[in-house]
Design a protein. Structure first.
Length: 343
């Protein structure tokens, strides 16, 4: 069986790249089709694959650039040739690479990502054409392909417009994160997920934590907070870390403050896998499913519940927190993909 794999971009590492890597491990002979690719910009096994991309590769260098030029995506997708010799084509996308065209005989599977926590900027032309782009994305999702989704919420939303889908849970590299019980870990500093914060919200959090004389660091992608980094100082921003650097930071923290709207945000799952609790904005459903995930409604509610992260009883529950996220592992993801393809 000849398989092709599609994605929005290969520009910077994110959860979609890890999913594409997992699919490539399942199907080592598969070639990749993407809207934009910059060689050697994403380190790892994908660079050893044959990658086909569009003219957008010459216009964009990161995820935010792709958003600015997303009004060009329908044209780019239409003009990328995908061979008719493929038996199966699987794409992982926020809705963009779902528009890549395959031949009628090619069986199509699309994995729709939940991008509620996405913080990137949009260009003026993308804003002008946003209604057209959303209509185009929706049209592609309503064809006869098999659709997989990350979350039950997405499944429910699609059902409301008459589109059936199957939930395929995302994964994190659980094996990279351990419960580390070291004498030097005081669990006194808080980590704040920078990814889905704007400058105003991030400053409010920083000001309040300083006022309460609490130790903290922002962690995760923070390019969009460049102005705030200048104002507050680079030293309180860890930025993005590889798993080897991230694991001990999470294990030694009091816990994570997370405003990412995605119910299974990678950093939250990685923190729980490290045995530390998470304060997560407005996520009652996930808190019922995951031990150590504490929902909060707004900033006032966040600071009321903040002392609960400093409670040392979490150290005694660390293994319980980790067990709750074991189901979000890569092996299970691959097994489900195989099962769905065979059904």
């Amino acid at each position: 069986m000849k398989i092709g794999i599609g994605c929005d971009h290969i520009l910077e590492r994110d959860k979609s790249i890890e999913m594409v890597e997992a699919l490539c491990a399942l199907f080592p002979e598969a070639e990749i089709y993407t809207l934009a690719h910059r060689p050697k910009q994403v380190l790892g096994p994908l660079e050893r694959k044959k990658i086909h991309s569009t003219f957008l590769s010459h216009k964009v260098s990161n995820h935010d650039d792709l958003k600015k030029y997303s009004y060009l995506v329908p044209t780019a997708a239409k003009n990328l040739h995908i061979t008719c010799s493929l038996d199966v084509f699987i794409d992982v996308s926020s809705g963009l690479s779902h528009g890549l065209k395959t031949c009628k005989k090619t069986k199509r599977f699309s994995y729709l990502l939940d991008v509620r926590g996405d913080s990137g900027s949009k260009g003026i032309l993308n804003k002008i054409f946003s209604a057209y782009l959303e209509s185009w994305k929706k049209k592609n999702l309503l064809d006869n392909r098999t659709l997989w989704v990350e979350t039950p919420e997405l499944e429910k939303s699609l059902k409301e417009i008459g589109r059936e889908s199957k939930v395929l849970r995302p994964f994190v590299k659980i094996e990279d994160f351990k419960v580390i019980k070291a004498k030097g870990f005081t669990h006194s500093a808080f980590l704040v997920n920078a990814y889905s914060l704007n400058c105003q919200r991030a400053k409010q959090i920083a000001d309040e934590l300083k006022k309460k004389k609490l130790k903290f660091k922002f962690i995760g992608s923070d390019e969009h907070l460049a102005d705030l980094k200048k104002a507050l100082g680079e030293d309180i921003f860890f930025g993005e870390k590889c798993h080897g650097e991230l694991a001990p930071l999470l294990s030694s923290a009091a816990g994570l403050i997370d405003f990412d709207k995605h119910p299974y945000s990678p950093l939250a799952l990685e923190c729980l896998a490290s045995g530390r609790p998470v304060l997560k904005n407005g996520d009652e459903e996930s808190s019922k499913e995951l031990t150590g995930l504490i929902p909060f409604e707004d900033l006032n509610d966040l600071f009321k519940k903040l002392p609960s992260l400093s409670n040392e009883s979490w150290t005694d529950k660390s293994e319980e927190l980790r067990r709750g996220v074991v189901k979000f592992n890569e092996a299970r993801f691959k097994t489900q993909v195989k099962k769905f393809l065979e059904s």
